[in-house]
Design a protein around this ligand. Sequence first.
Ligand code: MLT
Length: 243
Amino acid sequence: MKLFVYHTPELTPTDHLPDCAVVIDVLRATTTIATVLEASAEAVQTFSDIQQLMTVSEQWLPEKRIRAGERGGTKVEGFDLGNSPLDCNPETVGGKRFFLTTTNGTRALQRVQKAPTVITAAMINRQAAVNYIVENQPETVWLVGSGWEGGYSLEDTVCAGAIAHALISNDPQSVEVSNDEVIAASALYTQWHDNLLEMFHRSSHGQRLLRLNGHEDLQYCAKSDIVDVLPIQKEPGVLVKFS
Ligand code: MLT
C-alpha cells in the first residue's frame, strides 16, 4: 500500500486520485459526521455551498431533514444546528438526512469525491478507519487534512499521523511511505498522542472555537477511538455508515 499524507486539500495532486481517500477534519466536521451516523441519521449529505444545500434539502420533508453548518465556526443563520458534534444525538438526528455545510471539511470532501472509495476520519473513530484500510488493503491511500482556508491545521495532521502510525505499526512491510508528510505527521502524533487536548488548545482553530465557548467540543474531539463508526461515501457528497 502506497501511503500519502496531504496537510490540506489544496496540496493534493490534481491529475489523479487514490484508490482510497480519507478526509480528516477533526475540529469539527468529520468528528460531527461520525457522531451523526452513530446517532442513526439516515445519511450525511455535504455541501461547500450554502445555497446548494438549501435547494437540495428543500426536496426533503422538514421532519426528515436537519440543516446544519457553520461559517467561521458560527452556526449558519436559519439552520437547525451549527457544527457541534455534541448537538447530535439520536433524538435530534435519528432517521433523518443530515445536510451539512462547513468552511473547510466539506470542501476537502468535494476535492476527492471522485475517488473510488472515500471515507472520513477523526480521532473519535480513528480505529474504525484503520481497520477498514487494513482489511481492504487499497493500493494507494491519501490521508487528507482539511486545514483552515488553505492553511495547515495541527489537529488534522496529528490525526493523519495517528492513522499512519497505526498502519505502519500493524504491518511495516505492507506500507510504502510515499511522501515526507507521512513521517512528519507520524512524528507529530508520537509527540502529542497523550496530550491531544492541550495541542487542540494551542491550535489556531482550537483557539477560535474556545473564543466561541467551544471548550466541550474540543474535549470531545480530542478523545480517541470512542466511536466505532466508519462514514463511507455512497454517492458524491453522501456519506453513510459502513457495514
Ligand atoms: C470546517 O469544516 O471548517 C470546520 O469543521 C469548522 C468548525 O469547527 O465547525
